[in-house]
Design a protein around this ligand. Structure first.
Ligand SMILES: C[S@@+](CC[C@H](N)C(=O)[O-])C[C@H]1O[C@@H](n2cnc3c(N)ncnc32)[C@H](O)[C@@H]1O
Length: 212
């Protein structure tokens, strides 16, 4: 991966981080906002559907949707450690044969990724500087549903992110976190013919599902 941001992701989303997230998922299941997204997708119907989970981490969305009847999943992630953790968990849950894995920057890999029924980006949009490319290319792949979790663009999330970025700068990690404007994200998604069907927010995050 030749993008600075992606090299930063490799070191931030390390074996240690992935092991901790996997342990938490095995103990407690998906996090609050991930569960909101999963439930919203399930309410729209996921039976036999194909899933593209970009930046899936330990694969919570893949595992839960496959258990709910989705047909297959593609996992694209810039972190080697997360891909390994997602694979281990897919094996443990006996659905490894339904998932394929691609390591790298989705924006670079997009031309080789086939369209699917459902695309998800759970806490991924905030990890990438070029939001129009990431959201534009990923929403083009969604034949039926597009689900995202990303930070609200409030003053308090902006302050929190500035503090996080200062910490990353001090630790010499080139990775940065971004609060992309909600209106700009929505405009890119709508530009690809998708309409919002579900929306919830917490103090920090917004969860949205779009359909054709
Ligand atoms: C904050 S983690 C979230 C993981 C998981 N979705 C969750 O919510 O627990 C962000 C993930 O997105 C991945 N990621 C961010 N930008 C990416 C890109 N452009 N292409 C592929 N993966 C990306 C990172 O490697 C990491 O696994």
């Amino acid at each position: 991966m030749n993008c600075c941001q992606c090299r930063g992701m490799e070191s931030l989303f390390s074996d240690k981080t992935a092991a901790g997230d996997l342990k938490a998922y095995r103990k407690k299941g998906p996090s609050k906002t991930t569960r909101m997204l999963i439930n919203a997708l399930k309410a729209q119907g996921v039976e036999e559907m194909t899933l593209l989970d970009i930046g899936g981490g330990v694969g919570a969305i893949q595992h839960e949707l496959l258990k709910s009847g989705a047909g297959s999943a593609v996992n694209v992630d810039a972190s080697t450690a997360y891909i390994k953790a997602a694979k281990d968990e897919a094996q443990r849950q006996n659905h490894a044969n339904q998932v394929s894995y691609h390591h790298g920057n989705f924006v670079d890999l997009a031309p080789n990724i086939a369209p699917v029924d459902i695309v998800t980006l759970d806490r991924v949009i905030c990890c990438y500087h070029d939001m129009p490319a990431l959201v534009g290319l990923s929403s083009q792949k969604a034949g039926k549903l597009y689900g995202v979790v990303y930070p609200r663009d409030t003053w308090w999330t902006k302050i929190g992110v500035a503090v996080m970025n200062f910490g990353l700068w001090v630790s010499r990690n080139p990775f940065r976190v971004f609060v992309h404007p909600t209106e700009a994200v929505e405009a890119v998604v709508r530009g690809n013919g998708l309409e919002r069907r579900f929306y919830r927010k917490t103090w920090l995050w917004q969860v949205a599902v779009y359909g054709c």
